[in-house]
Design a protein around this ligand. Sequence first.
Ligand SMILES: C[S@@+](CC[C@H](N)C(=O)[O-])C[C@H]1O[C@@H](n2cnc3c(N)ncnc32)[C@H](O)[C@@H]1O
Length: 227
Amino acid sequence: MTRDKAAPAGIDPTIPSVARVYDFFLGGKDNFEADRKVAEHALRITPDGPAAGQANRAFLRRVIRYLVTEAGIDQFLDIGSGLPTQGNVHEVATEQNPKAQVVYVDNDPIVLTHGRALLAAEGTATVIQADIREPQAILNHPDARRFLDFDRPIGLLLFAILHHLGDDEDPKAVAAALIDALPSGSYVAISHFRDPGDRDPEGSRKAREVERVFNESLGTGRAGAGG
Ligand SMILES: C[S@@+](CC[C@H](N)C(=O)[O-])C[C@H]1O[C@@H](n2cnc3c(N)ncnc32)[C@H](O)[C@@H]1O
């Protein structure tokens, strides 16, 4: 059994969180027994969960490199950013352009705690605790306004976040509110859980089963239908 370090103040380690379950999938150490139980349940259904997480991170890094080097983007708004891991957005971006700026946003307080520790010495990024379901609160947050110039193109990153909203929370309207606020020349990149449907009935069954596990234990996580 893995011995857990003490949870940061204000974090209840007995209640699993999306950020910490995902951290476990990525091989991170910022998770607790309750998180690992959820992850291990999902892994019994889809052993390729970690590979999917790594593929998502690889896609994220590719997007950043493309946006900085090919599209000239030097400022990013990363919502549902997750716990710090290898190849964080500001690290990949500043490798290509040392002047790049990043605003990380997540509603899990553990992300704020670990993000602040990581970023303490750096002036290239900041982390905000906010909820994507309140896009105006993110857009008007003083740190977002301080780090991002809304008169120049911005890269909006919505990686593995919109599937954590229920249909009743209108993810399309949430995304539209964020996109509408971006200056001309901006980009948006999205990744999402996927249910392959009839093209892959076995994959579809697993996607629905993992969806059920996540909803029962985390109260969130929906696979979008996709071919
Ligand atoms: C699966 S992780 C994705 C992390 C990172 N974007 C990536 O793709 O590697 C989803 C993140 O979204 C955050 N999240 C979930 N619901 C949220 C909400 N309503 N508002 C802000 N963040 C949220 C979770 O705390 C978690 O850190």
